[in-house]
Every structure is written in C-alpha cells, then in structure tokens.
Write a protein that binds this ligand. Structure first.
Ligand code: G3I
Length: 334
C-alpha cells in the first residue's frame, strides 16, 4: 500500500489543518496528530473554568501540556474560549451574597485575560475571545447569559478591547455554530458588522461547522463563507464534525444505524466544505475538526451518549477514513 501524503501537507498551499486536543487525545491520537495536523486548539483546557476555577487561582496544567506538544511538533495553536455561557465557575458571577456588579465582572475579565496572556505569551496565534453569544431562538439577537445580564450587551466589545490590550499579536476571533442556518447567519453578520463599525478589535470569524447531513447543505455553507469573507475577516473552520443525524435528533439508542447512504452524504459534506475552503483560501486560514478519531468525541459523550456518530476523519481504530483519503486526493488534484 502506498503511503499517502498527509492532510496538512496536501493543504499546505491552502490553509492549516488541525483538531482540538486534550491530554487524553495527545496520549491516544498522538501519532495521527503529528502526521496529519499542523494546527490545534485546546478542547477544554483554555476555557475560563479550567484556567481560573476560583477567582485569582490559576491552573495551567493541561493547557501547558498542549502548548508543549504543539510547540514540539511545530503546530500553530488557537486558544478557546473564555467568554462563554459554559465552562465558567458560578462564583465568577457573585460578590458575596449578591450578583457581581458590572464593574467587578469587567475587572475579573481584565485580570483573567492579563494572567492568561502573560502566561501564554508568544505561544498562541489566534483566540476565540467570545464564544456562542447568539440566541438560537426567536427574540433578541444575543443569548441570555450572566455576561449579558450583569454587564449588558457591550460585554462583547469590552472583552475584545481587553483582549487586545494584553494580546496585541494574537488574532482575535468570534466563534459560533449553526452558521449555515440563514437566520443564525444573519444574526452573526449583524453582530460582527456592528463590532467592526464600532472599531472593536475583531480579526476573524470562527465557523464551528458542527454540520449534519439533514440540516446543512453546501450552498448555504458557501453563502456563509462568502458573507464573512466579504467583511474582510479572516476565517477559521474551528470545530468541524459531520453528524449523520440531525442536531434535533437526540434520541438515545437504539436509533437508526448509520447506513451506507448516510455515510455517503457525510463524505459529500466533508469533501464539499473542504472544497469551499480551498476556493476561499485567500481568506480561510485553518480548518480544524472537533476531535481526532471516532473513539473520542463530544457527540458520543455529551450530545447523545451511547450512540455512535462516526463524524470525524479517523475511525475508532485510528484508521484513516475513505472520505479523508478523498479529501487529500481532492486537494492534490485542485
Ligand atoms: O473538568 C472536569 C473534570 O474535572 C471531571 O473529572 C470530569 C468528569 O465528568 O468532567 C470534566 O469536565 C468535563 C469536560 O468536558 C472535560 O471532559 C465537563 O463536565 C464537560 O461539560 C466538558 O464538555 C466539553 C463542553 O464543550 C463544555 O465545556 C466538551 O468536552 C467539549 O467538546 C465541548 O466543546 C464545545 C466547544 O467548546 C464550543 N462549541 C461546542 C463544542 C461541543 O459542545
């Protein structure tokens, strides 16, 4: 059997290719990561709670391990994601027995980002500063969260200004999902256009690409990439996986097994999105999947425990998938 060129080598002239990492995935998938990827992001280790579980107490352990691994292997590292409605300690939002004031919470963001940037100085190239701030339901554009409730809608602008103050050399990203759903895309566009108009230091858009064969199609995906590219933002595909089930289908097993037809559609979406990214490669700088191989993925763990999703580029025995080989061939032929 002929040894194939790697995913990242095949995409050298287009963009970087990578995945999210944890201590566990480095242990299990180290060989695949070293061979196929030239960029990475910490799956959890750089979120607020793992970094600062209690105000003023910092724990960098797993994040440091990821930094060392990526540095040893000449990989670019993205950071993700302090200002989010998840992975934040409850005590962050209180002051004694009262809710924290706007001033106190802004001060805490400032101290957190200062410590984060001092610790990781020179190690990180881009950062999802705010993650998933948009509401998926009818009503307001912004999601209800403690950030919104205690600071107000300018919590995003404030967070980016603080991030820029401590990280002048890191590209600052906004990251969100369901970017291919027209009304969500419109909300995302309104949000980032507003920030750009106000002079907020935003460099890039993270499109998560948690896609599925039921709700996502390539025309809508291309519209999304086109729309953000035309704003002059850099684009990273940040958390790709191709779910054979609809996101709305959280039916626990036994649900329908994955058929050949479903695999075929997964392959089409994977190849199609990589193809769109190649065509927009003057704007798309990186494509990352949310996991390395099918034995470790949030879809099986959190989304619908007990069901297999087989949504990544390598199977649970760590073998390269057919669609991954096709993506490599597509890139070589491009
Ligand atoms: O940190 C604790 C650990 O101390 C404890 O031993 C363990 C036992 O359950 O739990 C650990 O935390 C879990 C963590 O993953 C690490 O495994 C959390 O409970 C669990 O909620 C957390 O889930 C992560 C989730 O974000 C929430 O932070 C997933 O791994 C991660 O894949 C997922 O990633 C998100 C992106 O950040 C944003 N976009 C959506 C994506 C998928 O949900």
């Amino acid at each position: 059997q002929v040894e194939m060129i790697s995913l990242s080598d095949a995409h050298k002239k287009f963009f970087e290719v990578g995945a999210c990492l944890s201590s566990e995935s480095i242990k299990r998938h180290g060989a695949i990561i070293k061979k196929h990827f030239n960029c990475a992001v910490a799956e959890n280790a750089m979120k607020w709670e793992p970094i600062e579980p209690q105000t003023g107490i910092f724990t960098f352990g797993e994040a440091d391990e990821i930094v060392k691994f990526t540095k040893d292997n000449q990989m670019t590292l993205r950071a993700h994601a302090p200002i989010w409605h998840m992975a934040v300690p409850d005590e962050l939002f209180v002051d004694g027995d009262k809710p924290a004031s706007r001033e106190i919470l802004i001060e805490r963001i400032d101290s957190h980002m200062k410590a984060f940037c001092e610790h990781f100085k020179g190690q990180i190239s881009s950062w999802d500063v705010v993650n998933e701030a948009i509401n998926d339901f009818p009503g307001e554009d912004l999601r209800q969260s403690k950030w919104l409730e205690l600071i107000g809608p300018d919590y995003l602008d404030i967070s980016y200004h603080i991030a820029r103050k401590y990280a002048p050399d890191i590209q600052l990203f906004y990251n969100d999902y369901n970017e291919f759903v027209p009304f969500k895309r419109e909300r995302m566009l309104r949000l980032v256009k507003g920030m750009l108009d106000r002079g907020v230091p935003l460099d890039g858009m993270g499109l998560q690409a948690h896609v599925n064969i039921v709700e996502c199609n390539l025309d809508e995906y291309e519209r999304t990439v086109e729309a953000f590219a035309s704003l002059g933002l850099r684009i990273h595909i940040t958390e790709m996986d191709v779910n054979p089930y609809s996101l709305r289908d959280r039916v626990f097993p036994p649900s329908s097994p994955i058929t050949e037809e479903m695999h075929h559609k997964q392959a089409e979406l994977y190849r199609g999105i990589f193809d769109i990214c190649r065509r927009y490669s003057d704007t798309v700088d990186a494509v990352l999947t949310w996991g390395v191989a099918d034995d470790m993925t949030w879809l099986d763990d959190l989304f619908c425990p007990g069901r297999e999703h087989q949504a990544l580029l390598f199977d649970k025995d760590h073998k390269i998938k057919k669609w991954t080989e096709q993506i490599i061939e597509d890139a070589i032929r491009y």
